[in-house]
Design a protein around this ligand. Structure first.
Ligand code: ZN
Length: 207
């Protein structure tokens, strides 16, 4: 039986690396995968998933109007698909998460989604909300705060290292604008308006 998986984390937990490793494991056994990533994330300027350790894979782009079930069904009819992997899955709509669960239930293809749980305000992304609600398997990819505790929050910081309290949920750019922190240090940074509680006088861009 195929299952719907959600691998979630704060930033910088190696999500893309984990996705590429899983895809590679299928290829090694002569199986075919379909890789998706969000069109909104154009960090690398083209349709592919790249990891910081140098791995990459071509990818299909999705946006909020992509009909995922239809696309995957068509591809599967042309040539059997053994696994679907979705990066940046926090950007999926509710309907798209439903479509992916139908890929699992009707087409019997496992779907592995990788994404962020919450935004820099600590609010769930829409895709993550429904993946948390409907996935068969939830797997947390852990990363740590500067203090050694588990990082469960993401701070968005400006160039001077001041954390944002409000703003648009989506602002894709380099990771230097985001810092993974534990809940305690998230609160302290927001309350004091600086990262000094976390880093002392060290520059946050170095982490
Ligand atoms: Zn901490």
């Amino acid at each position: 039986m195929a299952q719907l998986y959600f691998y979630y984390s704060a930033m910088n937990a190696g999500k893309s690396t984990a996705l590429l490793q899983s895809s590679y494991n299928y290829h090694e056994r002569g199986m075919r995968t379909l890789v998706y990533t969000a069109e909104i994330d154009n960090r690398f300027g083209e349709a592919k998933v790249s990891s910081r350790i140098g791995l990459s894979s071509p990818a299909n782009l999705y946006n909020s109007s992509t009909l995922l079930f239809d696309e995957i069904h068509t591809a599967h009819q042309r040539e059997a698909v053994h696994c679907v992997l979705v990066d940046e899955s926090q950007f999926l709509t509710r309907e798209q998460v439903k479509s992916l669960s139908e890929v699992v239930d009707i087409l019997d293809i496992p779907v592995l989604c990788y994404g962020l749980r919450t935004d820099f305000r600590g609010e769930l992304f829409t895709g993550s909300q429904y993946l948390l609600a409907w996935s068969d398997k939830l797997v947390e990819l852990k990363t740590i705060c500067h203090c050694g505790r588990k990082a469960s929050r993401v701070l968005r910081v400006d160039q001077q290292g001041q954390p944002f309290k409000e703003g648009e949920q989506v602002q894709i750019g380099g990771n230097e604008r985001y810092v993974s922190v534990c809940r305690k240090h998230y609160s302290e940074a927001i309350t004091t308006g600086s990262l000094q509680a976390i880093y002392g006088n060290q520059h946050p861009g170095q982490d």
